[in-house]
Design a binder for this molecule. Structure first.
Ligand code: GLY
Ligand code: MN
Ligand code: MN
Length: 434
C-alpha cells in the first residue's frame, strides 16, 4: 500500500524540482464511454494517481510551491445525493483534506472561479498540454481569463511539459511500489498456473482466458492489459487478443497476461505445449528463447545500458537461428543485415510500473540510459516463424514463443518478480504434464 505520507513525499519532491515560480496542474482521467451510455471500468490516470491516490474522475490537482495558504489543492466532486444514489458515494472536499493529505479542497464546479487566481504570479505552468482536448481547452480559458482580468500582473507565459519531471520520479520505484509490483507479478504467475489447468486439445482460447481472468479477479486484481491467449500460429501476431481460436494437440500456447494491483502492473508471458510435450522443433526454438532471456536478465544490473539486455538476447537468438539453419549464412552477417528481425521483430523490454509500458526516458544525452537501482524492466525475447514463410521447412512455420518476466534492478544484482513460475523447458513441460 502507498501511504498518504508517500504520496505527500512525491508531491513535495515534484514541487522542489519545479521550483518556487511554478504551478503544476494535473487532471484525473475522465470517465470513458464504451458504447452508448455504458462506461468502461474506471481507471485513474497514472500521473494523477501517483500524486494523490485519489480514485475519482472530475478532479484536478494543483501544486503551488511555496504558497502560504497551502501548496496542495484538490478540486473534486461535491456530494450530490441524486448522483451518488446511481454511482455510489464520492469522497467530497472535506474528506479529501482529511484522508488524502491535501491542504485545501474545493468543488470541481468552482474551479474556473478559483484556480486562475491561484496561478497568478507564477511564471511557468507545468501540465500535460495536448493529452485531453477538453482539459486543454480549459487551461487555455484560464489563461485567457487571467490575461484579460489583470493589468500587467505576472501570468504564466509558458506551458512546460510535466512529464519531464514527473516521469523521472516515476522511473524509480520505492519499496512500497516494489511490494505492489511483486504482488502483481505473483498474481499473474498464479493466473498462468490456473490457466494451464484449462489447457487441453479442443478447448477455445477464450476458455483458457476465462480461467486466467478468474484467477486475476479472485485475487482482487484486474488485467493490466487485454491478455493474449494465442494457440498455434496466433502466437505469431504479437498483440493478438481476439482469443477466439482453438487449441490443438501439438500446438504451443502463448499466454501474455498481467495483473494490476492498486494501479501497479505486471506483464508476464509463458509459452506452454498443448498436450504436455514439446516437439523436437519446439524444443529447439524454446531453448534458444530461454537462453536469450537468461542472457538478457544477466544484463539487468546497475551500470549496464538499458539496451544491453536486447543486445545480449539478440546475440543468442541470432546464433540459435543460424545454428538451426533458419537463417542462412553466419550469425555475424545476420546481425549486421538485421535479417533476424523477420523472426524477432520486437525489442527485449520496456520500463514497467503504473503503466505496463511505463514512463521514463530510455536515452539520456542521446546515449542509452544506464540502469540504476529501483528501476523495473521487462525481459521478453521471442521467436516467431511466420506461418507463410516458405523459406524455412514446414515444421518450423507458425511457431511463436516468448518468455517474459519483470525484473527489478537492485543494488547488487536483480530480482526476478514471481521467480517461481517455471521458465526453463524441462520445468515448463513438467508443470504442463502435471
Ligand atoms: N504485454 C505487452 C508487452 O509485453 O509489452
Ligand atoms: Mn512487455
Ligand atoms: Mn507482455
Amino acid at each position: 500500500m502507498i501511504t498518504p505520507a508517500e504520496f505527500a513525499r512525491r508531491r513535495r519532491e515534484l514541487m522542489r524540482m519545479a521550483g518556487r515560480g511554478a504551478a503544476l496542474v494535473v487532471a484525473a482521467a475522465p470517465r470513458r464511454m464504451r458504447n452508448a451510455d455504458a462506461a468502461w471500468p474506471y481507471r485513474q490516470d497514472s500521473d494523477f494517481h501517483y500524486l494523490t491516490g485519489f480514485p475519482e474522475p472530475d478532479a484536478v490537482l494543483a501544486l503551488l510551491p511555496a504558497r502560504q495558504r497551502g501548496e496542495v489543492v484538490l478540486f473534486c466532486r461535491e456530494h450530490d445525493a441524486a448522483r451518488e444514489r446511481i454511482e455510489g458515494a464520492c469522497v467530497g472536499p472535506e474528506a479529501a483534506v482529511a484522508h488524502f493529505g491535501v491542504d485545501d479542497a474545493f468543488p470541481i464546479e468552482d474551479i474556473d472561479d478559483i484556480l486562475p487566481g491561484m496561478l497568478e504570479g507564477r511564471t511557468r505552468l507545468y501540465c500535460h498540454f495536448g493529452r485531453e482536448n477538453e482539459f486543454d481547452a480549459r487551461l487555455l480559458r484560464w489563461m485567457r481569463r487571467l490575461r484579460s482580468s489583470r493589468g500587467g500582473g505576472v501570468v504564466p507565459r509558458e506551458f512546460v511539459s510535466l512529464g519531464h519531471l514527473l516521469h523521472e520520479l516515476r522511473l524509480f520505484k520505492s519499496p512500497a511500489e516494489l511490494a505492489l509490483m511483486r504482488r502483481a507479478a505473483e498474481i499473474a504467475a498464479a493466473a498462468q498456473r490456473e490457466a494451464l489447468r484449462a489447457v487441453r486439445p479442443g478447448v477455445a482460447e477464450y476458455q483458457v482466458e476465462a480461467a486466467l481472468l478468474h484467477a486475476l479477479h479472485a485475487h482482487g486484481a484486474v488485467p493490466s492489459y487485454p491478455p493474449t491467449v494465442a494457440a498455434g500460429r496466433n502466437a505469431c501476431v504479437l498483440h493478438y487478443n481476439a482469443n477466439r481460436g482453438r487449441l490443438a494437440a501439438g500446438d504451443l500456447l502463448l499466454i501474455d497476461a498481467g495483473a494490476e494491483v492498486q494501479c501497479y502492473a505486471s506483464d508476464i508471458t509463458r509459452t506452454w505445449p498443448v498436450g504436455g510435450r514439446f516437439s523436437r522443433a519446439q524444443c529447439a526454438l524454446y531453448d534458444v528463447v530461454a537462453e536469450a532471456q537468461q542472457a538478457a536478465i544477466g544484463e539487468v544490473r546497475v551500470g549496464r545500458a538499458f539496451t544491453a539486455a536486447h543486445t545480449a538476447a539478440t546475440r543468442v537468438i541470432v546464433d540459435g537461428l543460424c545454428g538451426l539453419k533458419l537463417l542462412p549464412g553466419s550469425a555475424r552477417a545476420a546481425l549486421q543485415s538485421g535479417a533476424y528481425k523477420r523472426f524477432f521483430p520486437h525489442k527485449t523490454g520496456h520500463w514497467i510500473g503504473l503503466d505496463v509500458h511505463d514512463v521514463g526516458d530510455y536515452r539520456v544525452d542521446d546515449e542509452p540510459r544506464l540502469l540504476e537501482a529501483g528501476m523495473v524492466v521487462t525481459v521478453e525475447p521471442g521467436i516467431y516463424i511466420p506461418p507463410d514463410d516458405t523459406s524455412v521447412p514446414a515444421r518450423w512455420r507458425g511457431l511463436g514463443i516468448r518468455i517474459e518476466d519483470d525484473i527489478v534492478v537492485t543494488a547488487h544484482g536483480q530480482e526476478i518478480l514471481a521467480a517461481g513460475l517455471p521458465r526453463g523447458r524441462a520445468d515448463v513441460q513438467a508443470l504442463c504434464g502435471a
